[in-house]
Design a protein around this ligand. Structure first.
Ligand code: CMP
Length: 135
């Protein structure tokens, strides 16, 4: 998910270019303006953490771009491509190093395991949205 800051700063194209160049296939893509309730639901595992209110406000402050990406070893490889949650800690050349403004406004989200990926795909998409069903 490309976060509102990176959408506002016009980094959608550059970020998807890096994603495709890194061997991911984009299987579904959609722009969504989340309500606060939807942002709370998406990030419910973080309820109670000190950064949760700011996270929800930010994630509902403007449109995000959600995508389903396909690749062998996708979760781990995508986490390497996006880099550390905090752009100050992220390696050179990672998406967050290049495009994040801060730890809370960090340009992009990637699922942390296959189970979260499955939940997060279903959060934004119906299976008929997947592009391979419409070749
Ligand atoms: P993300 O990968 O989207 O998952 C949860 C988000 O919470 C994370 O990226 C950060 O943007 C945010 N986050 C996590 N830890 C902190 C923190 N300590 N301070 C501020 N934001 C945080």
């Amino acid at each position: 998910m490309i976060k509102p800051g990176a959408v506002k700063n016009r980094h959608i194209g550059a970020i998807f270019n890096m994603i495709e160049e890194s061997g991911f296939r984009i299987s579904a893509i959609k722009s969504v303006l989340m309500s606060k309730k939807e942002a709370e639901e998406f990030y419910k595992e973080h309820i109670g953490r000190p950064f949760f209110p700011e996270l929800v406000d930010f994630m509902s402050s403007g449109p995000i771009v959600a995508a389903i990406l396909v690749k062998e070893n996708a979760v781990e490889d995508f986490r390497s491509l996006i880099g550390n949650t905090d752009p100050l800690q992220a390696k050179e050349g990672t998406i967050r190093k290049l495009f994040a403004e801060s730890k809370s406004h960090n340009a992009i989200h990637g699922s942390d395991c296959d189970e979260s990926a499955n939940r997060e795909c279903h959060f934004f998409f119906n299976e008929e949205d997947y592009l391979e069903k419409h070749p």
